[in-house]
Design a protein around this ligand. Structure first.
Ligand code: SF4
Length: 258
């Protein structure tokens, strides 16, 4: 829930979500549609569906117990290396280094002359304080969020300034380029992915729709480019295994979870 949403906003949804789905079993046995309805107002619907898929996986394949290693966590749907490491270290105290954009920026500034691509994960693994991984990761992430910020780093207040070759000139050291996510009508594509899934999951019974019908709902005054865009979104969801196309009837539906 905290991905891309502020904690103060999340807390209300978090509490009501837990009231509705207090256990992994309850969440796993709910329909994706009812999970989405409980999520309503928090946005980025893909996160709700991933969470539900994870609960189903843990309930069916892990006897309701979450894996505690990075390798085990990465077998869960929608969990990549970053989330797996964050859960392993913050929930289970494992000696793993978490590399988010803040950490990456600090590492980049510590190695400003490094030519070619830096393997940030390897570098972070080498620096990790293995005896206190929780504190270490919290400290480095916090340093990036509050002091070694992208455009105005406060080097005068930085505890690692004596070791940092970028101290005092960091704003000129390029930080990681922002990803340029494709926008449509001013909104990122992931928003539309969530909306399309929400439409196909609007009721507890499986819903099928043609891409024209989906475009009609999302863009009442649609243009040819809106229709093309929706088709692209559906194809990308299909590629990720989230929807399937019945070619005989030209209708799309959400794929059943594993
Ligand atoms: S000295 Fe400046 S550039 Fe270096 S890590 Fe600290 S805040 Fe970032």
């Amino acid at each position: 829930m905290l991905q891309q949403t502020q904690a103060a906003r999340v807390i209300v949804f978090y509490r009501s979500f837990l009231r509705r789905f207090p256990t992994v079993r309850k969440l796993a046995s709910a329909s994706p549609g009812s999970v989405l309805r409980t999520w309503k107002g928090l946005g980025y619907n893909m996160r709700a569906l991933r969470l539900h898929a994870t609960a189903v996986h843990v309930h069916r394949h892990q006897r309701g117990a979450f894996p505690t290693t990075v390798e085990g966590l990465m077998e869960l749907p929608g969990i990549g290396p970053y989330t797996a490491r964050a859960v392993a270290v913050f929930a289970y105290g494992r000696a793993e280094a978490v590399v988010d954009t803040n950490v990456q920026r600090i590492l980049q500034r510590l190695h400003p002359r490094s030519s070619g691509r830096i393997d940030f994960q390897k570098l972070a693994d080498r620096l990790l304080a293995r005896r206190s991984p929780y504190d270490w990761n919290q400290a480095v992430m916090e340093l990036g969020a509050t002091i070694c910020t992208p455009s105005s780093p406060r080097c005068h207040a930085c505890p690692i300034a004596p070791y940092c070759p970028s101290a005092g000139k960091a704003a000129r050291v390029a930080s990681k380029a922002k990803s340029h996510e494709r926008l449509h009508r001013g909104q990122p594509r992931r928003i539309y992915r969530g909306r399309v899934l929400a439409l196909l999951l609007a009721s507890d019974r499986p819903t099928t729709r043609t891409d024209r019908a989906i475009a009609r709902v999302l863009f009442p005054n649609r243009s040819a480019s809106d229709s093309r865009f929706i088709r692209e979104v559906l194809v990308s969801l299909k590629k990720d295994g989230l929807v399937s196309l019945d070619t005989r009837r030209s209708v799309w539906k959400v794929r059943p979870l594993r």
